[in-house]
Design a protein. Structure first.
Length: 126
C-alpha cells in the first residue's frame, strides 16, 4: 500500500533538487543581466571583464570592460547585454593615438563585442 507514497516522496525530492540547482534570476544585487549566451547564468562584473557565472558549467561568455581605450560604465555593459547594442559612446581612442571617436558597441551573434558607426551600413552577418 505504501509503494505509491514512497514513489511520490521520491518525485518530490527529485523536484526539490532540480529546484536547488536552478540559477537565481538576475537582479541588481547578484549580476548585471542574464547571460545572453547560455541564458541561464548571470553576467557579473569583475575587475577587468564582465563574465557569466556559469563558467564552471562551460559557458565562456565574457566581455572586456575596456573597449578601444574606453572603460565602459556599468549601464553601458547592461545595455549591451540586454539590448545587444549600446547608445553612442563617446571617446573611443584611435589606435594610432591621433584622437578619439564616438560609436556604439554591439554584441554579435557570436557574442563578440564590435563597434558600430551610425553612418556605416553594416553588412548583414549570417
Ligand atoms: Zn552564460
Amino acid at each position: 500500500m505504501h509503494t505509491l507514497d514512497v514513489y511520490l516522496h521520491y518525485q518530490l525530492l527529485a523536484l526539490y533538487f532540480q529546484g536547488a540547482s536552478t540559477p537565481i534570476p538576475a537582479t541588481a544585487a547578484n549580476g548585471l543581466a542574464p547571460c545572453p549566451e547560455c541564458k541561464q547564468g548571470v553576467v557579473r562584473l569583475g575587475p577587468k571583464s564582465a563574465s557569466c557565472n556559469r563558467w564552471k558549467e562551460g559557458c565562456k561568455f565574457s566581455i572586456w570592460l575596456e573597449q578601444h581605450g574606453k572603460k565602459l560604465s556599468e549601464s553601458q555593459i547592461t545595455q549591451l547585454l540586454e539590448k545587444r547594442r549600446t547608445n553612442v559612446i563617446k571617446g573611443f581612442k584611435k589606435e594610432d593615438g591621433s584622437g578619439s571617436y564616438d560609436a556604439r558597441l554591439i554584441l554579435t551573434d557570436g557574442f563578440k563585442v564590435r563597434l558600430e558607426f551610425d553612418n556605416e551600413v553594416t553588412p548583414k552577418r549570417a
